[in-house]
Design a protein. Structure first.
Length: 400
C-alpha cells in the first residue's frame, strides 16, 4: 500500500478531471446498426487483454441511439465501473459508451496522459476504488466515488519522468508475458508438426481403437458407491471434471474421502501415467496423473485410461484426446440429451493414431524442456512484477 508523502500536493480526481457516466439506449438491439454512418458502440469486449488503448469497436449504434448515450472522443479515459472495475483505457477512436463505463477528461495543464494512466493503474488508486465502491454483492463505481479518489500531483516534467520509467518497466513485463504466451502455444504447434491432426491423420499413421492400446479403461464409481455424506475435509482427493483445467489437475480439500471409503473403492485408485478424462459436459477435458496425484481417486464424473506403455505414451494420448478435432469427434458420439456423456465403450472405440513410440517420447522430452523453461520464466515474471510494484511505490511517493 503506497503512503503518499508531503513532497507533492495531492488532489482528488474530481479536481483535475471531468468525470461522467455513460448511458445505454434500451433495448440496445433496436439501435445496433450496420450502416456506414453508425457511431462506434464501445464495449469491454473491444479491449484486448492487457491493452492500454481502445482503437476500434465491433458494433455501431444509430444516430438516434446517441441521444440516450454519452459520446466520447480520442484522448478520453474510460474506466469500467462494475465487476472488474477501475481498469483504465485511453480512447484512440470516437464513439458512445454505455452505463458500464465512466469517462474521464483530464486538465492537460495539470496532468499528462501517460502519468494519469499509470496513476489510475496503480495499486493505491485501486485500493481506494475497492474501499469506496458500492454494492452488497457486485461492487460498482460511480462518478461521485471516482471524484473523491486522491492522487499525487507532481510537476508536468516530473510526471513525464515517472511515466517514462514505468513505461520502460511495463515493456519488460509485456515482453515476458508474450514469451510465456509463445511457450504455451509451442507445445501444441510441435504436436501438430510431428503428428498432424489426429482425426484427419495426414501423416498416415496406423490407427487403432483405444481399447487395443490400453491395459485398462475404468469409469469412476457410480453414485450409489459414493454419496455426498461420504465426503470429508482434508481426506484423500478425488478428481472430477471440474478439477481438470488446461491439462492440469486442481485440488479441492473439501471434496475428499476418508481412508475407509478410499479402501472400499480400490479399483478406482489412480496411478502415475494414467490419463484421467472428464466424461460429462465438456468433451476432451483430460490430464495425466503425476507423482503428486498418484493414489488419488477417480471421481464419479470421470474415467481413466491406463495406456499400454509399450505402444502409447500417456502425454501423447492427452494431446490427442484434447485436440480440437477429437473434441468434436467425442461431442458427436457422446450420449445424453441434456448433458453429453462418455462411457467405456465410446472411449474404448476412440480412433488413436499410433506413431512410433520413439517419436512420441521425443515429443514428451521436448514438452518437458518447455515446461521447465516456462517454470523458470514464471518465477522471473513474478520477480519482475514485484520489482515493478516497488518502482511504482517509489515513483508515487516521490523517491525516484
Amino acid at each position: 500500500m503506497i503512503v503518499l508523502t508531503n513532497k507533492w500536493r495531492t488532489v482528488s480526481l474530481g479536481d483535475v478531471c471531468q468525470i461522467q457516466r455513460g448511458g445505454s439506449p434500451r433495448p440496445i438491439s433496436n439501435y445496433i446498426t450496420n450502416s456506414s454512418d453508425g457511431v462506434n458502440w464501445i464495449k469491454i469486449g473491444d479491449v484486448a487483454e492487457g491493452a492500454k488503448y481502445i482503437y476500434s469497436t465491433a458494433e455501431k449504434i444509430s444516430a438516434d441511439g446517441t441521444r440516450y448515450s454519452r459520446e466520447v472522443y480520442p484522448g478520453d479515459f474510460l474506466l469500467s465501473n462494475s465487476m472488474s472495475f477501475g481498469r483504465p483505457y485511453i480512447l484512440q477512436t470516437s464513439g458512445c459508451i454505455h452505463d458500464g463505463w465512466l469517462v474521464l477528461r483530464y486538465d492537460a495543464e495539470l496532468l499528462t496522459e501517460d502519468y494519469l494512466y499509470h496513476v489510475l493503474s496503480s495499486d493505491f488508486v485501486y485500493a481506494q476504488f475497492s474501499r469506496m465502491a458500492v454494492g452488497a454483492v457486485v461492487k460498482n463505481l460511480n462518478s461521485e466515488v471516482v471524484k473523491q479518489v486522491v492522487i499525487p500531483l507532481p510537476s508536468l516534467s516530473e510526471q513525464k519522468h515517472i511515466a517514462t520509467l514505468l513505461d520502460n518497466a511495463e515493456l519488460l513485463r509485456a515482453k515476458r508475458r508474450e514469451t510465456l504466451r509463445l511457450l504455451q502455444s509451442f507445445a501444441q504447434s510441435t504436436f501438430d508438426d510431428l503428428f498432424g491432426d489426429p482425426i484427419i491423420n495426414p501423416k498416415g499413421w496406423d490407427v487403432q481403437p483405444l481399447n487395443k492400446l490400453a491395459d485398462r479403461i475404468q469409469i469412476g464409481p457410480f453414485g450409489s458407491q459414493l454419496h455426498e455424506e461420504d465426503y470429508v475435509d482434508n481426506g484423500i482427493p478425488l478428481i472430477n471434471p471440474t478439477h481438470i483445467k488446461g491439462g492440469k489437475i486442481l485440488t479441492d480439500s473439501s471434496l475428499t474421502v476418508p481412508g475407509d471409503k478410499y479402501k472400499q473403492l480400490s479399483q478406482y485408485h489412480l496411478s502415475i501415467g494414467d490419463l484421467i478424462l472428464g466424461r460429462r459436459g465438456e468433451m476432451g477435458r483430460c490430464a495425466v496423473i503425476s507423482q503428486k496425484e498418484h493414489g488419488w481417486l477417480c471421481g464419479t464424473g470421470s474415467l481413466f485410461v491406463r495406456p499400454n506403455a509399450s505402444m502409447l505414451n500417456s502425454t501423447y494420448l492427452c494431446f490427442v484426446v484434447s485436440s480440437n478435432s477429437m473434441r468434436r469427434y467425442l461431442e458427436n458420439v457422446a450420449q445424453g440429451v441434456t448433458m453429453s456423456n462418455l462411457n467405456k465403450d465410446i472411449v474404448g472405440s476412440m480412433p488413436v493414431p499410433l506413431p512410433p513410440l520413439a517419436l512420441q517420447a521425443r515429443f514428451v522430452n521436448c514438452l518437458a524442456q518447455v515446461e521447465a523453461l516456462t517454470m523458470t520464466l514464471d518465477q522471473s515474471h513474478g520477480q519482475l512484477n514485484a520489482l515493478f510494484e516497488s518502482l511504482q511505490d517509489r515513483a508515487f511517493r516521490g523517491d525516484l
